[in-house]
Write a protein that binds this ligand. Sequence first.
Ligand code: PLP
Length: 360
Amino acid sequence: MIALNKPLTPDLSTLTNYLTQVNDSGWYTNFGPLHELLTQRLEQYLGVKNLLLVSNGTLAIQVACKALNINSAITTPFSFVATTSSLLWQGIETAFCDIDAESYNLCPLSLDKALSQDEHYEGIVATHVYGNPCDVESLAKVADKYNKKIVYDAAHAFGVKVGGESVLNFGDASTLSFHATKVFHTIEGGAIVFKHKADYEKAKQLINFGIQVDGSLGEAGINAKLNEYQCAVGLTLLDQMESVIRHRASLFNHYRTELKSITEIKLPDWHLGANFNGAYMPIYISDIDRQESIITALKNNNIQCRRYFTPSLDVAYSQQKSFGCGNSQSIAGGIICLPLHNFMSVEDVLVVTYVIKGIL
Ligand SMILES: Cc1ncc(COP(=O)(O)O)c(C=O)c1O
């Protein structure tokens, strides 16, 4: 079988070394030594500052918005459900505006139009969907024009750069998920990268119940800390990341080369000057019968695939305001993600694309 995804497996002897250190010190959580080491190593690897580890990518969005005082936001309808559900759970007034039909990311023109109609939203929450960077330059111009804060959901964008700069350095904050299914993981986990040190400091208190550095109580917080055993997994896997991303990106490139000439398949336009991290392999097919035939043929050949992301979140959460999300609804109606993970080979990619070519 060719699986859709397979989590990275930490090398057990390296992991055991780290876990032994934790057992010897008896320091299992609350910003322990491995937490500090993983923070430093991730900041260095990703080329960022003010990185705060948290217990998952959903809380990362919630804490980022709380730290930035975002109580109302315009967001993308084309993302994993957590991009929206995290906002709703946080009691944030949420509205949707459309994506760009080519990149599948939040459309700067639609955003400008939405804000020109209703300026009261405090924040913008946009996803670098499938690891493809948003048009960060144009979104920054819109945010500046209306004086809004931007949070990027970068759950798919580990290791992605735009013009040599980490994509996590755009916006007021970027959030990451380190779920087991992601390019890099700590089983469950995540991080927030803040532009400003003061926001990082505030968030660090918020994820520890709101307890301040001097032990007094500040604004009410939550518990969103990452523990030492999970940091041990992260430190172990970080050693492999360069080769993992190189391999995933090469599989992604092979897919694109094999599929680009098939007129019935549309591939998202990638941000110019950005590298691939090979997080996902989405294809779009508008014809519903063709979609079904491909899904059935892949299944008959023991190949997993997934309609991802569907439904468009403005449809799922139709009680929230929408500024019109036609592009998102049509992309969500035709998107299929093909297998892509570190344990696949180029031959596996050729098998998957051979089955698809047999149908189209
Ligand atoms: C775009 C996006 N945002 C947020 C999340 C939530 O992350 P987590 O599962 O770590 O809570 C995920 C994935 O799981 C995701 O794909």
